[in-house]
Design a protein around this ligand. Structure first.
Ligand code: ZN
Ligand code: ZN
Length: 242
């Protein structure tokens, strides 16, 4: 957007706010209109904060000594080469992601995607293309969109949509242990053709990483040179499989 257009939008903002009022998802205050997405600037600053540091050098899990790697990375359970989460998984972020995924608040892709892009730029990622974690087609039809795809679209990198698909609906994994999730994910994805590139996987919330590790396994078997992971936040991590 050029400077002239930006100025015009700023002049129009109060009018647009009046015509199309948007309440903040978190505090019900009036947000500053469609331009920002349904999150007021106060909540955006207060709720969207980075994860506690230091984090695991490889996968980004918080609570690891500076410069160290976590148990999952040490023992080879982490299959992807590098991963980071953009945000701390606090109550407001949990609520925002819920609204984003289940209540059609797709405009949240804007503020959330901004944080994702910031995280991508701050860390040594080097992908050739982005692969949003696919939903099962039936689930995507029901929801009308894939939240990971909406986030990926904000990164300004080439997106590979057809390269990998979910061939089995793995259902909700809430309440499963880490091992149950690993078993549940086995064979869930299918790759079409050779990948031969460095891939960035994008998803909303990472829990145990079973989904991302299985996707990594499939992509690498089809020639992916490197697989990196970028998520909004990590819930629990290794110690808390819920
Ligand atoms: Zn607010
Ligand atoms: Zn790690």
């Amino acid at each position: 957007m050029g400077p002239a257009r930006r100025t015009r939008y700023r002049v129009l903002d109060p009018i647009l706010d009046l015509l199309f009022p948007v309440d903040c998802v978190l505090c019900d205050r009036r947000a500053s209109g469609w331009r920002r997405g349904p999150l007021c600037p106060t909540c955006e600053t207060a709720a969207l904060v980075g994860p506690a540091s230091p984090v695991c050098e490889r996968c980004g899990l918080p609570g690891v000594a500076a410069g160290g790697v976590c148990a999952a990375c040490l023992t080879g359970r982490t299959r992807y080469d590098f991963g980071r989460a953009a945000l701390a998984f606090n109550d407001p972020v949990r609520q925002l992601v819920h609204e984003f995924k289940y209540n059609d608040r797709v405009s949240l892709a804007r503020p959330l995607g901004r944080r994702l892009k910031g995280c991508l730029e701050r860390h040594p990622f080097g992908p050739d293309c982005v692969v949003p974690v696919p939903l099962h087609p039936r689930r995507q039809r029901g929801r009308g969109y894939n939240q990971a795809e909406l986030l990926a679209a904000r990164l300004g990198l080439p997106i590979e949509r057809g390269v990998v698909r979910r061939r089995r609906d793995t259902g909700s994994q809430t309440g499963m242990t880490r091992h149950q999730r690993v078993v549940n994910m086995r064979g869930a994805f299918e790759c079409r053709g050779r990948v031969e590139r460095s891939v960035l996987l994008v998803d909303d919330i990472q829990t145990t990483g079973a989904t991302l590790n299985e996707l990594t396994r499939v992509l690498k078997r089809h020639g992916a040179r490197r697989v990196e992971v970028l998520t909004l936040a990590r819930a629990g991590g290794d110690s808390n499989p819920a």
